[in-house]
Design a binder for this molecule. Structure first.
Ligand code: SAH
Length: 262
């Protein structure tokens, strides 16, 4: 499952370079991507096609370079993408929500669970045009030195590719990589769970003479906040079933030991 999700995400994240002027940067970007496990390079109308200089700077990432997809315009390169982020060296340049690379990477991985997503990078001299930025849903700005904020194109790709990898590794480690998610638990399933939870709390003598209502209200609030899906409810009910079984065993054992006065 883990490596499946890594592969799936890598296939769904497009790194889109628009109007690149130096072929060497295309090679360096391919290398930056491959070091971080990305491989979908998309070139939109580069000034010069990838050449020997690109190959040299791609080093061992010539497979990424060779597999690059080519388009004449950004809109065609973004076909099928459900989330598109435009990387800009200048902060707050357009009226788009602006994200820091770390938050952008998390949102990108969230998007990759559902479908294709893209990170878009502009030209070395002039960046992305306003029209191109308007095709993006969000802007991403690396909070660099405000007096010198423009990174080399491939360096910017490296920063975003790194953050994307961290977000991906975090998601896999947290076990949330399953795709797609199970359907949310229905009202009936949740009520079944709450009934079993209340019974279990009784069985393990959680309330100790207090009225159970207040504890149940708090527990409901906690579980409702967690937006449980069907699988979560099955797991939790399994835990409760074991707790109930242990409570029965304990009750039987204390009964057969012959409590004083029994
Ligand atoms: N002179 C251009 C800079 C282009 S650098 C300008 O002012 O827009 C080439 C590309 O690298 C940019 O279009 C952007 O996609 C990316 N980039 C460079 N520095 C960045 C930064 N600080 N934050 C986000 N992206 C950056």
């Amino acid at each position: 499952m883990t490596s499946d999700f890594m592969t799936l995400a890598a296939d769904r994240i497009r790194i889109v370079l628009v109007g690149t002027q130096h072929p060497g940067n295309i090679g360096s970007a391919a290398r930056a991507m491959k070091t971080m496990g990305l491989r979908r390079l998309v070139l939109v109308a580069p000034e010069k096609a990838p050449n020997a200089e690109s190959d040299a700077l791609a080093a061992g990432a010539d497979d990424v370079l060779a597999a690059a997809e080519h388009f004449d315009d950004l809109a065609s390169a973004l076909a099928g993408c459900t989330r598109v982020m435009g990387c800009t060296a200048r902060s707050r340049r357009v009226a788009l929500p602006e994200l820091a690379p770390r938050d952008a990477a998390v949102a990108l991985i969230d998007g990759a669970v559902q479908g294709d997503v893209a990170l878009v990078f502009g030209r070395e001299r002039t960046g992305l045009t306003n029209d191109e930025l308007h095709l993006c849903h969000q802007a991403v700005h690396i909070p660099a030195n405000p007096d010198y904020s423009s990174l080399n194109l491939a360096a910017a790709v490296q920063v975003l590719a790194y953050e994307t990898r961290i977000a991906l590794l975090d998601r896999v480690a947290s076990g949330e990589a399953a795709e797609p998610r199970d359907p949310p638990a229905s009202h009936e399933q949740l009520e079944g769970f709450y009934t079993q939870l209340a019974d279990t709390l009784d069985a393990i003598d959680f309330h100790k003479g207090r009225t159970p209502d207040s504890a149940m209200r708090k527990l409901r609030r906690i579980f409702n906040r967690a937006a449980l899906d069907e699988r979560d409810v099955r797991l939790l009910r399994g835990v409760l079933a074991d707790a109930q079984r242990m409570a029965r065993l304990a009750a039987d054992a204390s009964g057969s030991n012959g409590a004083p006065g029994a």
